[in-house]
Design a binder for this molecule. Structure first.
Ligand code: IPE
Ligand code: IPE
Ligand code: MG
Length: 251
């Protein structure tokens, strides 16, 4: 089962523990508001949840964890919040990359990084570089990421490399150009914070992910909460278009 293979073309192998979990980390602002704190206090606590979630995923044997940290639409927030989020991102990179490396985590960032300032871009490049050969967990942070951006950049890069495919390219031509081409498609999608929407996250890659929504706010999403999500995942029947009877026959 190669990484580029597509759930709409082949039925992937399904394991008890999802290989790839993708999370929309939502609810930081509301967590802070409930405590009469500024929104950034919620984002700070959110970074702690990121740390504990990475640890839990390593413990559970998850291979890929993809976290939505900043969407291409989040620039619409008040400039002070955007700027504080950028500072938080810089500080997290300065403090955490060495620890990620010690723990065998491969760090990747997906999204249009050209809009970030130089310092942030350098920290990202450095983090990716020093952790590139780690194999315990691949942590992907989606920053200035949008699912539509991803599809467009993939199409642009494919057609630049293969103009002859302009009217004939297929799924398997495009997928190597998606920003997540190094990872299998997510098995489990989690959104905290109570909203039930995709918010322009991994539009293509989530084709056959199991969706899990929880009202728990991201700063409160602890290992027990993750365990709940995994238990829900384990109760699902992933049919990929087939019938239940077919699954039982093949078992
Ligand atoms: C998610 O929390 C973090 C980011 C989008 C950066 P929010 O900031 O969206 O928190 P709520 O939805 O306002 O509670
Ligand atoms: C989605 O959260 C993006 C991230 C978690 C980074 P938002 O809170 O910005 O999503 P919407 O706009 O409410 O859908
Ligand atoms: Mg939100």
């Amino acid at each position: 089962m190669g990484l580029f293979s597509s759930s709409t073309k082949n039925v992937p192998e399904v394991a008890n523990v999802p290989r790839h979990i993708a999370i929309i980390m939502d609810g930081n602002g509301r967590w802070a508001k409930k405590r009469l704190l500024p929104r950034i206090a919620g984002h700070r606590r959110g970074v702690e949840t990121v740390r504990s979630t990475i640890k839990s995923c390593i413990g559970f044997g998850v291979e890929y964890l993809t976290l939505f940290a900043f969407s291409s639409e989040n620039w619409r927030r008040p400039p002070e919040e955007v700027s504080l989020l950028m500072q938080l991102f810089v500080r997290a990179l300065e403090h955490e990359v060495a620890k990620l490396h010690e723990n065998g985590v491969r760090f990747r960032v997906i999204g249009d990084l050209t809009r970030f300032d130089k310092r942030l871009q350098e920290l990202i490049a450095h983090g990716e570089e020093i952790t590139r050969d780690n194999t315990r967990l691949t942590l992907t942070v989606a920053a200035n990421y949008g699912g539509r951006w991803d599809l467009l950049q993939a199409a642009h890069r494919l057609l630049a490399a293969h103009p002859e495919l302009a009217t004939s390219f297929q799924e398997e031509d495009l997928t190597p150009y998606l920003s997540t081409a190094y990872a299998p498609e997510p098995d489990l999608f989690i959104r905290t914070g109570g909203e039930q929407r995709i918010s322009n996250f991994l539009l293509w890659q989530l084709a056959y992910a199991e969706l899990y929504f929880t009202d728990t706010l991201w700063p409160d999403f602890d290992e027990a909460a993750l365990r709940h999500a995994l238990a829900s995942y384990q109760r699902r029947e992933r049919r990929f278009g087939r019938t239940s009877d077919q699954l039982r026959e093949n078992a």
